[in-house]
Design a protein around this ligand. Structure first.
Ligand code: 2M8
Length: 442
C-alpha cells in the first residue's frame, strides 16, 4: 500500500465512524463522543474536511459545563452498549452541568486548543478559520481557566486529576498504589459491558478489583455533587499528572498564539505558562541527590494524598519532551529512554510501560501496549528537540504497525499484533497527520 492508499484508508475509517455530529472512537467499544479523541480526530480531518473538524469540536464545546470543564464523554442517548451510562453519572447533582445533553462528570487532557490551531493552520480560507477561532476562543479560555483554578488551587500550573480516566491512560500502573489505598465503602450493583465488548479478550481490560475502584470514584464524585472544592478537600485520589500538565503547557502556548491572532488580551495565559515553567521540575523531577534508584532523568506523577512522586516508568515519564519545557540535556536523557530496549522494542515505537518492569503487561490496555497518540506526541517532541532521525524511526514504526494490522486501538509491543477496537479513529487521524504534516504547525 502506498502513501495515497494509506491516507485513503485512514479517511475511510474517519468517514465510517462519523455519525453526522461527531466521530465515535470505534464502533465495537466506544459509541459516544470522547473529548480528546475528538481533538485527535479533528487534527486528522483538518487536512481534508475542515468543516467536519469544526463541527465535531463545536458539538463537544456545546456540552461544556458552566465552570468551564469539558466533559470526557458526551453521550448519545440512543446507544445503550456502554457503561457507565449518562444516567449513571447523574450530573444534574451539579449546578454546573448542562441540562440539554448527557455527559460524564470528569474531564480529559486539553488537546482542544492544539486541534483548533491545526484547523486554522491547514485551512486555506484564513478568514473563515479565523472566525472559527474567534467563536471557540471563549470555550478554550474557560476550559484552561477551569484547569488552572479548580484543578490547581496550589497555583502550580500543574493539573490535578480525580480519576485515572481523566488522564486518558486509564489502566496505567501509575494509579495502582493510589487505588490500592482506597477502601470501597459501598458500591451499587452494575454490569461491566466492556467484558462483552472485547469478546473474550479479558486480559486486555482492567481487573474487576481495579474496575470497582473506577466506579467507586464516580460514586464519590456524585456524593460530593461534582463540587471541586469539596473534592479537593476530601477526595482519596488526587494526582498531578506529568502528561496532562505537559499537554496543557503546549495548549496554553497555542492558546496564546490564538489570542494574539484574533486580538485578545493574552496576559492571563502568559501568567499560566510561567506558573507551569516554575513548578514543573519541583513536582515531577526527583532531585538527583534524592533516592539514587530514581535519579534516572525521568519525570514522575505527584500524588497529593501521600505528598510523594509515583515512581512507575511509563510513557507519561517521557512526555515532557512533547512539552518543550525541559532543557536540551534533559531531553537527551529522555531520548535515550525513548530509544533503548526498555521502552522501544523491535517495532521502533514506544510501549506504554517500561518492558523490564514487573507491571508491564503486553496485552493489557495502558499497561504495556503501543498507542499511536503517545507515539505521535513523542514524534513531535523529537522533532522539536531536533532528533529527526529518531522521530522518523517512530513515524515509520507507526506506519508499519498500521500497514500490518490495520488501524487498531493499540498494539502488542512484543509481537506487533493489533489489539482492542478495530477501525480506531484517533489511530487513523494521527496517521494522516504523520503522513501529511509538512512542518510542525507551532
Ligand atoms: C479509553 O477510556 C474509556 C473511558 O474513558 C474506557 O476505557 O471506556 C481510554 O483509552 C481513553 O483515553 C479514550 O479516550 C477512550 C475512548 O477511546 O477509551
Amino acid at each position: 500500500m502506498d502513501t495515497t492508499e494509506l491516507i485513503e484508508s485512514a479517511r475511510k475509517v474517519l468517514d465510517g465512524n462519523w455519525n453526522g455530529k461527531y466521530t465515535i472512537p470505534s464502533a465495537t467499544l466506544y459509541p459516544h463522543q470522547w473529548s480528546w479523541d475528538s481533538c485527535f480526530i479533528a487534527i486528522g480531518n483538518s487536512y481534508f474536511n475542515s468543516d467536519r473538524a469544526m463541527n465535531e469540536l463545536e458539538y463537544l464545546f456545546d456540552a461544556q459545563w458552566k465552570n468551564g470543564m469539558i466533559p470526557h464523554i458526551v453521550f448519545n442517548e440512543k446507544e445503550k452498549t456502554y457503561f457507565p451510562s449518562a444516567e449513571f453519572y447523574e450530573i444534574t447533582r451539579s449546578q454546573n452541568a448542562p441540562r440539554h445533553i448527557g455527559t460524564s462528570g470528569m474531564t480529559q487532557p486539553p488537546v482542544h486548543a492544539i486541534a483548533c490551531f491545526y484547523i486554522y493552520h491547514n485551512n486555506n480560507d484564513k478568514a473563515r478559520s479565523k472566525e472559527f477561532l474567534t467563536r471557540v476562543y471563549p470555550n478554550l479560555l474557560n476550559f484552561h481557566r477551569y484547569l488552572m483554578t479548580e484543578r490547581d488551587p496550589e497555583k502550580s500550573g500543574l493539573v490535578t486529576i480525580f480519576h485515572p480516566w481523566e488522564s486518558g491512560r486509564d489502566d496505567s500502573p501509575v494509579w495502582d498504589d493510589a487505588l490500592s489505598r482506597i477502601s470501597i465503602m459501598e458500591l451499587p450493583i452494575f454490569k461491566r459491558l466492556d467484558v462483552i465488548a472485547v469478546d473474550g479478550a479479558i486480559d486486555t481490560i482492567p481487573s474487576d478489583e481495579e474496575y470497582d475502584k473506577f466506579i467507586y470514584l464516580i460514586e464519590l464524585m456524585k456524593l460530593y455533587n461534582y463540587d471541586e472544592k469539596i473534592m479537593y478537600d476530601k477526595f482519596p485520589f488526587k494526582i498531578k499528572d506529568v502528561s496532562f500538565s505537559s499537554i496543557l503547557y503546549v495548549a496554553n502556548k497555542v492558546l496564546l498564539r490564538i489570542a494574539n491572532l484574533i486580538g485578545e488580551d493574552s496576559h492571563q495565559i502568559s501568567e499560566w505558562i510561567s506558573r507551569t515553567e516554575q513548578n514543573f521540575h519541583k513536582f515531577f523531577f526527583p532531585p538527583s541527590e534524592s533516592i539514587s534508584d530514581v535519579s534516572d532523568g525521568l519525570f514522575y506523577d505527584y500524588d497529593l494524598v501521600i505528598k510523594d512522586r509515583i515512581i512507575k516508568r511509563t510513557v507519561s515519564s517521557l512526555s515532557p519532551i512533547y512539552s518543550g519545557l525541559i532543557s536540551n540535556q534533559e531531553a537527551e536523557v529522555v531520548i535515550k529512554w525513548i530509544s533503548n530496549a526498555d521502552f522501544c522494542a523491535e517495532y521502533d515505537t514506544v510501549a506504554s510501560t517500561d518492558e523490564n518492569e514487573s507491571y508491564f503487561k503486553p496485552l493489557t490496555y495502558w499497561r504495556g501496549p503501543i498507542w499511536i497518540n503517545t507515539n505521535w506526541a513523542l514524534w513531535l517532541g523529537l522533532l522539536r528537540y531536533g532528533d529527526n532521525e529518531r522521530a522518523e524511526r517512530i513515524r515509520k514504526g507507526v506506519l508499519k504497525l498500521v500497514l500490518n494490522q490495520g488501524f487498531r486501538e493499540y498494539y502488542d509491543p512484543t509481537t506487533g499484533l493489533g489489539l482492542g477496537g478495530k477501525n480506531f479513529s484517533w489511530t487513523a487521524a494521527l496517521v494522516i497527520d504523520m503522513l501529511m504534516m509538512k512542518s510542525v504547525p507551532f
